[in-house]
Design a protein around this ligand. Sequence first.
Ligand code: ISE
Length: 337
Amino acid sequence: MTSTLGIAVIGTGKMGSDHVRRIGRTVGGARVVAVADPDGDRVKEVAGALDGVSAHTDPAAAMAAPGVGAVLVASPGPAHEETILQALERELPVLCEKPMTPDTAGALRVMEAEQRLGRRLVQVGFMRRYDAEYERLKELLDAGSLGRPLFLHCRHRNVASPPFFTSDMLITDSVVHEVDAARWLLGQEITAVSVLSPAATSAAPEGLRDPRLVLLETSGGAIVDVEIFVNCGVGYEVRCEAVGEAGSARIGDGHAMVVRSAGRWGGEIVQDFTVRFADAYDRQLRRWVAAAARGRTAGPGAWDGYAAAAVSEAGLRAGRDGVRVAVELVDRPALYR
Ligand code: ISE
């Protein structure tokens, strides 16, 4: 007998609405049963478009709705900790959009709550780990085909930043993806961060430090450089080149289809991350649903959310003070080894 996992989606902005659509269309074995958002009109609109979904302005009320077996958190980062802790009190599996928490203090509280429960219920939405190209690069690195990794050269460009975006968010909201991808691809922790900022692009809103160059040092002696440019105006471009002692490999060139016509050749540049990573979001959600239905998680967890928060904190200091900042991590608790 198969049963359907009832999901409460907390936050119905861009990502929350995208997940609601995805659960309805591409993920089997699950359905949205409750949604919550402080914007009462928006949450009613999202719930109203679906059958049998209750609308709430309070996340706790959504989690308490009948039939909820798991929680998907897609509210703004600062609201995540409280919602995750409420879900853990109910022993509900959680998929939380990145960043898990904006700071390490909150991340440590999440880890403490999980340790009190004695099992891992929190998964963090670092969805690049489910992208086919990233998976291929990880396999190559793990197989040792490139030899010992020396560099990851990363490019992360958005067409334009949303109005609420701050200079800190280039690190905490955008580069946090490369932080997790680097830790995962290399199987190493980030040990230090430096940030350089050239003159801001004239396309950026007044006061936004965009673009920036973030340098990450790793426990295995590799260097990761990340160009983050959130008002590049051209497209959504995420590239990563791994350079090892025995060769290099690059992903993200996006040459899915090359058109040759009327004396020219070229292809489309994807404009948005929900398009570039649509498959990765689907796969992340399918694997999480399958695991959550058994009360488990299937991907990056609270330790990864904590480690990313520690790197972000160091990155913010490095950016503000113009210095290299070492990343200090607590000892990894047994639950996360
Ligand atoms: C956004 O939140 C994402 O997750 C995107 O992948 C990233 O490219 C963007 O810069 C972030 O703001």
